[in-house]
Design a protein around this ligand. Structure first.
Ligand code: ANZ
Length: 949
């Protein structure tokens, strides 16, 4: 026998789901359903309706349009934000939600080098494919606001913001950026001197320019980079192998000082740190940012040696009496001056001399040995090495002569590049002292310095100088304060705040990035271009490879691909003093540039007067103290993305935003008020006996073992990806089940912030849920509405209102998995309670409740109920409190203080009735039998305790 319903056209099959989904996606597109109106400008509402005061600005992290397309892991966050956005539209809010593309970057450029295809062609094709894939998921984005960082109309403003930063300086007194013109005015009026304390009027024109440049938030600096002549490019530390060669191509890499654009993010270190307090971000991300900025309070202390002052930075000035030696970074500028010209004396420990008799030779050999190491390796490096300079320094607190070393564990870029070493209380110093046989003197009691460094707190010992500083008996904090006071008095040191944060290296020798709006004159002097000349568009080039050199030619310098466009590089411009010849900067900006401000362009994507109108910005991201508290910094209401962007992207965009705030271009102090890190969808992958990945979809399981083509394979769990042969495309799942099923499945897999394993076999569970929902509304054989208008029972009302209350709260708090669980429970309840046709008043609200997660089926069912408008803006159902309270409560019954049974009684039951019910409970009655009841305790609604003897 065949089930007649299976042969009907009105069953919610994947084919029907696909058809419904396409229809509604077309409807939304035709009606601009998700277009959010702005207060002013092109995108403002023209229908005369007032703008809702209540708004939601929700955003996903800017994706890179990869050539590989999406797998089902990618849209997890996008579906969640879409769901949240849809829920908020039903609460009556004006919701801004869109998705753009962070489309500059290396993959398209490398593909261009290999194939000659212009990176723009590749990028545009990838964006198109990704739009199609995302569109099929029914994401309610405002398409008018979708930008790509590679659009010239977009990067015009990236260049413009660069110029605003370039034309600013940081006023330390006010703690904010100001226009450079105001600085020049103050310098000209002698209200301020140059950084080296000179008066402006005493300077030549060239010196004046130089003096001003030193204040700018963007500056050219000589910095050490990894230069690889064979590849023609500088490389990141991660791209260089341990033996100092390029990962790609195996060419030699040289450390080279190159002039590079830098951004002075360090000026904002304190504000970037302090303002974290006002952000609704995961604690983990805040702490990663704190760590990255790395503010340490300590002291700078001067050690005297051979007529020089060697300044060290220490966080532990309390341990000065335990300083047994000093270490300079091998690159420290005093190394050569301090180096003893006489060979090591006979009694110098052989472990200190690096196998040489002459200090100069030892230093040279040591420097050569470590030249290729990155800072990271130098810090990780466990085996401590170093070289004695043949000279001693004087410890300022006790006059002790301590040997001076160079060692690679001291970095040149941090603090002063020199340390006082306290082996008893610093782990690295302890290791070094152990290897080189240096004394270890305990000055803070508490540990056992015979076995390891003691880095904890304790009482100071061995820390007094006759007639001088005496720290004995003090605790760490008191000792730090006292030492700093003493050093300051003696002129031997001072309190110092130190940061780990470095300025931002802002230039890349690539093709596929934003060109700099900067030109140079014949003398090499840099000039910013006026806004009227923007955008500076990327020129066409013959090929995308940087110029490469003889791999061994360390003296060569990078020639970025743009340098090949001679006609573009050499220009005649009138920058206010007549036409002259200039040369364009041939670097491009790093990929982080475009993503540092895109949240603002989403707000005003078509504005060609300014990157974002202030009034629109105020509406969408301005501070709202009434809603979020007095310290609300403003920003996007909800920003969802992976935790891998915790530091760089989020620090750079906070920095740019703060500069724009200081200059008055935005009213918000922060770009992202609330951040949420979604988990990842993970998957099983399988390798054969050779360790090669096999297609996961074709692996079969038998008795807990896994087989591919009859051969047993090994199961691994982790990322999903093309190379692991375990990627599942959303296209497949949409085709086989429908997009709504995929959405429900992804949202139901677990709490949004945790990772979860993908299992295609489980998707059908979500499909069945939607099919049951469908059958509550539609008669599968006729396609007619199957509900009726009878009244709801008391039980129905309770079930419905509890579901509404629970679901509402879950949506608000992004607990989307429990939304699904509650809806499944309610749909099951109705399915069981009504075999054919449930009351309309019980079913219609579920369609609204489910619509943020499964919008296509919801729209379709809404139509079945006879509505002619989209469900998108229907008010979200409300509930009546009276159905939430239980009329009965469960009360534990204790005998002599131990719970022995539980009884159910009416909430308002009187004492006598409850006690009677308790005593009548069979187990209690049994326990009371033959006993003397001495006392009856009753706490209404909470418990009964019967005391017996
Ligand atoms: C003496 C001392 C004694 C230290 C002690 C620590 C513990 P943070 O907290 O990371 O700022 N240091 C300073 N400059 C350095 C450099 N350029 N390269 C490597 N190490 C450097 O760390 C500050 C501490 O790191 C400083 O305090 C210094 O060691 C070391 F019981 O000075 B300390």
């Amino acid at each position: 026998m065949t089930n007649p319903s299976e042969s009907t056209a009105h069953r919610y099959t994947p084919e029907l789901a696909n058809q419904i989904e396409q229809n509604w996606q077309q409807y939304w597109k035709d009606h601009g359903t998700f277009n959010a109106p702005n207060p002013v400008g092109d995108l403002s509402a023209h229908d005369g309706k007032p703008l809702p005061a209540d708004k939601l600005n929700v955003q996903d992290m800017f994706p890179y349009p990869s050539g590989a397309g999406l797998h089902v892991g990618h849209p997890l966050g996008y579906i969640a934000t879409d769901t949240y956005a849809r829920f908020n539209r039903m609460l009556g809010k004006n919701v801004l939600h869109t998705l753009g593309y962070d489309a500059f970057g290396l993959p398209a450029e490398q593909y261009a080098i290999q194939t000659g295809t212009h990176p723009r062609t590749t990028t545009m094709a990838n964006i198109k494919n990704m739009r199609r894939q995302l569109g099929a998921l029914g994401l309610g984005h405002d398409p008018r606001r979708s930008v790509a960082s590679t659009d010239p109309e977009y990067y015009k403003w990236t260049q413009w913001i660069f110029l605003q930063i370039y034309n600013s300086w940081f006023d330390e007194e006010l703690g904010k950026a100001r226009p450079i013109a105001e600085l020049i005015a103050e310098l000209e009026a002698n209200k301020r001197t140059t950084k080296d304390g000179r008066y402006y009027e005493d300077l030549s024109e060239e010196e004046k320019r130089h003096a001003v440049d030193e204040f700018r938030l963007v500056y050219l600096s000589n910095s050490m980079v990894n230069w690889c002549p064979g590849l023609g490019t500088v490389l990141a530390n991660e791209e260089v192998t341990h033996d100092g060669r390029s990962e790609r191509g195996n060419f030699p890499v040289f450390r080279k000082n190159l002039s590079q654009w830098m951004m002075r993010i360090t000026a904002y270190a304190d504000r970037l740190l302090d303002d974290l307090e006002d952000l609704d971000w995961p604690e983990k991300v805040k702490s990663m940012q704190r760590h990255w900025i790395g503010r340490s309070r300590g002291a700078e202390v001067n050690f005297r040696a051979e007529g020089h002052d060697i300044a060290v930075f220490t966080t532990r000035p309390d341990t000065l009496f335990g300083a047994e030696y000093m270490v300079l970074a091998p690159e420290h500028e005093l190394v050569d001056a301090l180096l003893s010209p006489i060979p090591y004396e006979d009694d110098v420990d052989k472990r200190w001399t690096y196998g040489h008799d002459d200090p100069k030779e030892a230093v040279e050999a040591y420097r050569a040995a470590i030249a290729a190491k990155s800072d990271l390796e130098r810090q990780e490096n466990k085996e401590k090495t170093g070289v004695f300079l043949g000279t001693y320094a004087t410890n300022p607190v006790n006059g002790k002569q301590v040997p001076i070393f160079i060692a690679d564990y001291v970095l040149t870029g941090y603090g002063t590049g020199a340390i006082m070493a306290v082996p008893a209380h610093d782990t690295r110093d302890y290791e070094f002292a152990t290897v080189l046989g240096l004394p270890i003197t305990e000055v803070v009691a508490g540990g056992d310095v015979a076995t390891e460094a003691w880095t904890g707190d304790g009482t100071l010992v061995n820390s007094a100088a006759p007639g001088g500083l005496d720290l004995n008996g003090l605790h760490k904090e008191e000792a730090i304060a006292k030492t700093i006071e003493w050093l300051t008095e003696q002129g031997k040191g001072a309190e110092k705040i130190q940061y780990k944060l470095r300025d931002w290296l802002f230039a890349r020798q690539r093709y596929w990035g934003e060109p700099f709006p900067i030109v140079y004159d014949e003398k090499g002097q840099a000039y910013p271009l006026p806004t009227s000349m923007l955008p500076i568009e990327l020129p066409e080039v013959a090929d995308y490879k940087p110029v490469s050199f003889d791999p061994e030619d360390a003296d060569s310098s990078p020639q970025p691909p743009l340098a090949k466009a001679r006609e573009w590089v050499e220009v005649e411009l009138d920058l206010g003093d007549g036409k002259k010849k200039y040369f364009r900067d041939t670097n491009v900006m790093p990929q982080w540039a475009g993503s540092s401000w895109y949240q603002l362009r989403y707000i005003d994507p078509t504005n060609d007067e300014i990157f974002c109108d202030l009034e629109n910005e105020r509406y969408w991201t301005g501070p709202r103290p009434a809603e979020h508290g007095a310290n609300d910094p403003g920003g996007v209401d909800l920003y969802v993305g992976g935790v891998e962007h915790a530091v760089l992207h989020l620090l750079y965009s906070r920095f740019w935003h703060k500069v724009l705030f200081d200059l008055g271009y935005v009213t918000s102090r922060e770009p992202y008020r609330r951040l949420y890190n979604q988990g990842y969808i993970q998957a099983f992958a399988y390798t054969d006996s050779r360790g090669v990945y096999v297609p996961a979809a074709e692996v079969e399981e038998k008795d807990g073992k896994f087989y591919y083509n009859g051969e047993e394979v090994n199961q691994e769990y982790g990322k999903m990806g093309k190379s692991l042969k375990n990627a599942v495309a959303p296209d497949e799942i949409c085709r086989d089940f429908g997009a709504d099923t995929l959405r429900v499945y992804e949202m139901s897999m677990g709490p949004l912030d945790t990772s979860r394993p993908w299992a295609t076999k489980d998707v059908v569970g979500s499909q069945r849920f939607l099919q049951r929902l469908w059958r509550l509304v539609v008669d599968e054989s006729t396609g007619e509405l199957i509900t009726h208008d009878r009244e709801l029972s008391q039980e129905d009302l309770k079930a419905l209102h509890r579901t509404i209350a629970g679901v509402r709260d879950d949506y608000e708090n992004l607990r989307l998995n429990t939304v699904v669980a509650k809806l499944i429970e309610y749909v099951n309840y109705l399915t069981k309670s009504y075999k054919s046709g449930a009351p309309r008043a019980a079913v219609e609200p579920v369609v609204q409740l489910v619509s943020p997660i499964a919008p296509h089926i919801a729209e379709e069912l809404w139509r079945h109920f006879g509505h002619s408008q989209t469900i998108t803006y229907e008010p979200f159902p409300t509930f009546d409190e009276k159905y939430l309270v239980d009329d009965e409560v469960e009360v534990p019954v204790q005998v002599n203080g131990k719970v022995k049974a539980r009884i159910s009684v009416p909430v308002d039951a009187a004492k006598d009735a409850v006690l009677a019910a308790a005593k009548a409970e069979p187990r209690i009655a049994e326990l009371l039998e033959g006993k003397n009841l001495i006392k009856e305790i009753f706490v209404p609604g909470r418990m009964v305790n019967l005391v017996v003897k």
